[in-house]
Design a protein around this ligand. Structure first.
Ligand code: HSE
Length: 323
């Protein structure tokens, strides 16, 4: 029986979470995919770095072509983050006939059309469920079971790092810097956490959500965006005194045929459902003209929740691999 071979570009938070799941759930994944799935190559900057996970050193390389040009790799998982070289690697992988899975919202948001077009031109699949909401299957839901709707509104907390920071500042009175450091240690934050705290990561995710839900591609830099770096302990105390919590909200609404969108911190009444979303959890409200209001909730960051979505995409692709 064919074994599906996966090449991991990067073995940081997302790569290691994906590796761990493919190993710990090997049997159930093989059953779901209809065939075994294994990691056959790993791109790492430092081959000899000591890691918490047990990877055969023979499959680690610092040369991307060992994966991108390998005859045996079927699916490339891009887990490097950042727009480049990640985008070029994904395009080269697809041109070499490989399916691609990524969690990289920056690359998907910046090069949405190009990546989808390359996949279609090369007859391969390109999947990116993990790029929005970590382990929450929001993109799949919007693209499949909810496709019969016309969507009117999306409102969500889609960055685990900033939600974790705001929660720790609000509930434990932690200073901003201490809360950020803790989020980094837990593997929630981007390599450069500026993308998290300035709302750029949320804008990337809103671009992807709007493209799928509304069929409109808006560049992330065209979304009015404000992060949380200027939120002070005083702002949080004032909100609390008023029975409110501050949350970083991605919002898109279609009114009279016009789409309005923004990313900004908002004061929500404590009984608002999004006010109860704490720590690295994310939640997305979406309104469709048939289904009404829906709310998706789950862990939006971290190696295993994000790896869960990556592995889901790997399985869906593996089911279709028949050669
Ligand atoms: N840095 C991101 C976050 C990771 O904190 O949500 C998941 O996209």
């Amino acid at each position: 029986m064919k074994t599906v071979k996966v090449g991991l570009l990067g073995i940081g938070n997302v790569g290691s979470g994906t590796f761990q799941i493919l190993s710990m759930n090997r049997n159930s994944i093989a059953e779901a995919a209809g065939k075994p799935v294994c990691v056959a190559g790993v791109l790492a900057r430092n081959k000899n770095k000591k890691r918490d996970i047990d990877i055969d050193p023979d499959i680690i390389s610092d040369d991307p072509d060992c994966i991108l040009k390998s005859d045996e790799i079927d699916i490339v998982v891009e887990a490097l983050g950042g727009i480049e070289p990640a985008t070029t690697f994904m395009i080269n992988a697809m041109k070499n006939g490989k399916h691609v899975v990524t969690a990289n919202k920056a690359a998907v948001a910046a090069n949405y059309d190009k990546l989808l077009k390359t996949a279609s031109e090369n007859g391969v699949q390109f999947k990116f469920e993990a790029s929005v909401g970590g382990g929450i299957p929001i993109l799949n839901a919007v693209s499949t079971v909810l496709r019969g709707n016309e969507f009117t509104e999306i409102m969500g907390i889609v960055n685990g790092t900033t939600n974790y920071i705001l929660t720790k500042m609000t509930e434990e009175g932690l200073p901003y810097e201490t809360a950020l450091k803790s989020a980094q240690e837990k593997g929630f934050a981007e390599a450069d956490p500026t993308a998290d705290v300035e709302g750029i990561d949320v804008a990337n995710k809103l671009t992807i959500l709007m493209a799928l839900a509304f069929g409109v591609y808006v560049k992330p830099e065209e979304i009015p965006t404000l992060g949380i770096s200027r939120i002070t302990e005083k702002d949080i105390a004032e909100a609390r005194a008023n029975g409110e919590k501050i949350k970083l909200i991605a919002h898109a609404k279609k009114e009279n045929g016009k789409l309005q969108y923004s990313v900004k911190p908002m004061r929500l009444a404590e009984n608002h459902p999004l006010a109860g979303v704490s720590n690295e959890f994310n939640a997305i409200f979406i309104t469709g003209n048939a289904v009404g209001e829906l709310m998706f909730y789950g862990r939006g960051a971290g190696p295993l929740p994000t790896g869960s979505a990556v592995v889901g995409d790997i399985i869906e692709i593996s089911k279709t691999i028949t050669y």
